[in-house]
Design a protein around this ligand. Sequence first.
Ligand code: AOS
Ligand code: ZN
Ligand code: ZN
Length: 427
Amino acid sequence: MRIEKSQIDQYNDGLFSRHNNQFIFLKEQLAEQGVQADEIIAELARFQVAIPSWALGTGGTRFGRFSGSGEPGSLEQKIEDVGLLHALNRSSGSISLHIPWDIPKQADSIIDLASSFDLQFDAVNSNTFQDQKGQELSYKFGSLSHTDAQVRRQAVAHNLEVIQYGEALGSKALSIWLSDGSCFPGQSNFVRAFQNTLESLQAIYEGLPNDWKMFVEYKAYEPNFYSTVIQDWGSSLLFCQKLGPKADVLVDLGHHLPNANIEQIVATLMMEGRLAGFHFNDSKYGDDDLTVGSIRPYMLFLIFNELVEGMQRAGNSSDAYAWMIDASHNVKDPLEDLLQSVEAILIAYAQALLIDRPKLAVARQENDVVRAQQILQNAFRTDVRPLVREMMRRSGGALDPIGLFRDLQLRTQLTQERGAVSVATGL
Ligand code: AOS
Ligand code: ZN
Ligand code: ZN
């Protein structure tokens, strides 16, 4: 299914006058503060957030899964869904595939389909956290870190195969998240597990094409509950430093112990030039994988504050990093949820671009703590939604993506096409 440009234009016409009043008002307000709205809009327009193939269907917990209707049942349908998102917000221009859930059987036709929606292929994701049908050796006790060299070889071979699938589609990165670890004290030798993992990662790194990156994701716990091999950003960075310049650290917002200062982690990784990018989500307790910005929007803003500062220091732009949503849901329509997530990311980015950095530097230098906080919160408390909407409108998207999604009854149409009980492959 596709959304016609005329449907978007017609919808926008109805909202334009109200939106434009709000936009002009904000633009003038910002101009008084020396901020050019058009420059922020241009930055927002180039910011593309990849959609993971596994977030297009209803997720679940170990207590069950409540499938929605009209979920994509094939890779083609997943691409169509991301095409819908991108048509609505013009900010979701790539899809991140998961192997083996999304094996592209005919790469050429998959590329053609994606191009027809103006989509590219983001990082490919390997999976050694589950056993697949017909798999020779089990990952029950680990994969790249396993005590048995044969299991490690099997997991390395899987990652090399994932790279091949990605190459055929034009992906430029392999994301590795390991569930390896232990559930009980004494179960694992920490040092051996680290060394085994390093050797395995080195073998994968050797098979990485020259223009590819390896993203190394860390996670404090789950599904292993006593230790994980790549438990935190320090372990991940250590692996990356030992592997070489093509390996960088991937930050998933849900993968930290409670109250971790994620923005400081981001600043440090950027200082070292080792930040690969993000898996965005939000959480109250752990790896809850909730809608981005739904629980801790100020934290998201503080992360973007460091990102903007880090990009300015490095002299690069948002294109230099990988931005992805990694979420999974039980109660919302996955497409509406993803639209909310992308909007929350753009809002946080726009707010961070408003920060008066020269004044912040002076306040910090003078140890004016109150002023420093005010500068950040002035930006955070600015309603930047008119900027985000204007960016989407100028880029050819809808002024209110969720509004149009509902107006066109897209889920009903998808359900008619795909059926009420179709189930997406994945988490
Ligand atoms: C798991 O908790 C991680 O966030 C992974 O990044 C991701 O959910 C998984 O790799 C999906 O395949
Ligand atoms: Zn993740
Ligand atoms: Zn996760």
